[in-house]
Design a binder for this molecule. Structure first.
Ligand code: KG4
Ligand code: ZN
Length: 340
């Protein structure tokens, strides 16, 4: 079965074809970063309009690259939520119309289930049961995964998501949008011993997170330590703050991962979502799971952030278990994974 995947929940247009026999046949991602950079964040209406512009040419190129005709597609999967309502509607309308025209089934996929299953596209995929740490711009969750659709949320962020905390902190340090990767690059040059930021909610039991205090900590540290500095010293200060911030987030995430795998009694930890591209986090979960005699799994870097391949794959998993959509469709800008 060949499934087309369409991702338009935020600021990336992603499209891919997954073949249940041959694996991923082709994929394309277009990032709208340039479009939104001047505004310092995603402008929802501009995002929707750009998805409209990009989808059709991207589909044509994708099919040409994979040497396929549209009639070779057996199903269409699209992101139905959570995400920006207008952006979701573009992908949903496009996907449903295409499926209708081709006479094939369509399926609306949960964006976070897409992220969660993305590591299954790799050559040595994780086996159930496992604990997944989902860390994106909108979500931070620890989920016990017993199979496709068998998800139990063990803990989540009570305020900012990890990616959101990276982005907001990056903005405070003048790194622009989207700040996560830039902040991580700057942190690599920072001194790990100059500042120590708090590890929020680690001193009490439980698996929830809270990252919003870290940006206040960043702001006050920057204000206090930057007085009277020349340009070079300011540059060094920002790198040291970036390092302290990244260490605090990574330490906190890893500590809760350890608790979650201990509590669930599993040997596999899956890392997924945009922040799973963070190299320090990847190295730390590798070490954590190696010490426990288990293993950590994550995607190749390009499938950590939003992409169509994860939607095609999750769509195939849903379709093979018999899921089909009625003709009427809706998108769900807010959609707890516990409703799956
Ligand atoms: O999964 P994703 O592409 O979109 C959402 O579903 O939100 O995640 C994007 C988030 C952004 O907040 C971005 O700053 C963060 O992932 N991110 C990173 C890194 N690469 C992307 N955060 C930390 N380190 C990175 N290397
Ligand atoms: Zn995402």
């Amino acid at each position: 079965m060949r499934v087309l995947g369409i991702e338009t929940s935020c600021d990336e247009t992603g499209i891919a074809v997954f073949d249940s026999e041959q694996g991923l046949l082709a994929h394309e991602v277009y990032s709208q970063i340039c479009l939104h950079a001047a505004f310092g964040g995603v402008v929802p209406e501009l995002a929707s309009r750009d998805h409209v512009r990009k989808l059709l040419p991207m589909l044509r190129k994708l099919l040409a690259d994979a040497d396929l005709a549209s009639a070779d597609l057996d199903a269409v999967a699209y992101t139905a939520g959570p995400g920006l309502a207008g952006a979701l509607l573009v992908g949903a309308a496009f996907g449903r119309s295409l499926a209708w025209g081709l006479g094939v089934p369509a399926i609306g996929v949960h964006h976070m289930e897409g992220h969660l299953l993305a590591p299954m596209l790799e050559s040595d995929p994780p086996r159930f049961p496992f604990v997944a740490l989902l860390v994106s711009g909108g979500h931070t969750q620890l989920v016990l995964v017993n199979g496709i659709g068998c998800y139990r949320v063990l803990g989540e962020s009570l305020d900012d998501a990890a990616g959101e905390a990276f982005d907001k902190t990056a903005k405070l340090l003048g790194l622009g949008y989207p700040g996560g990767p830039a902040l991580a690059a700057l942190a690599a040059k920072g001194d790990p011993d100059r500042f120590r930021f708090p590890r929020p909610m680690t001193g009490r039991p439980g698996l929830d997170f809270s990252f919003s205090g870290l940006k206040t900590f960043t702001r006050t540290t920057l204000q206090q330590a930057s007085k009277g500095l020349d340009q070079d010293q300011l540059k060094r200060l920002k790198a040291d703050i970036a390092r302290a911030f990244e260490d605090a987030v990574v330490d906190t995430l890893v500590l809760k991962c350890r608790r979650a795998v201990e509590q669930a009694g599993v040997e596999t930890l899956v890392l997924a979502g945009g922040v799973s591209a963070n190299l320090q986090l990847r190295a730390r979960v590798d070490r954590l799971m190696a010490e426990r005699g288990g293993r950590a799994c994550y995607s190749r870097l390009e499938f950590c952030t939003d992409n169509g391949a994860m939607i095609a794959y999750a769509g195939w998993q849903r379709l093979r278990s018999g899921a089909r959509e009625a003709l009427a469709f809706e998108v769900k800008p807010r959609w707890p994974m516990t409703e799956l």
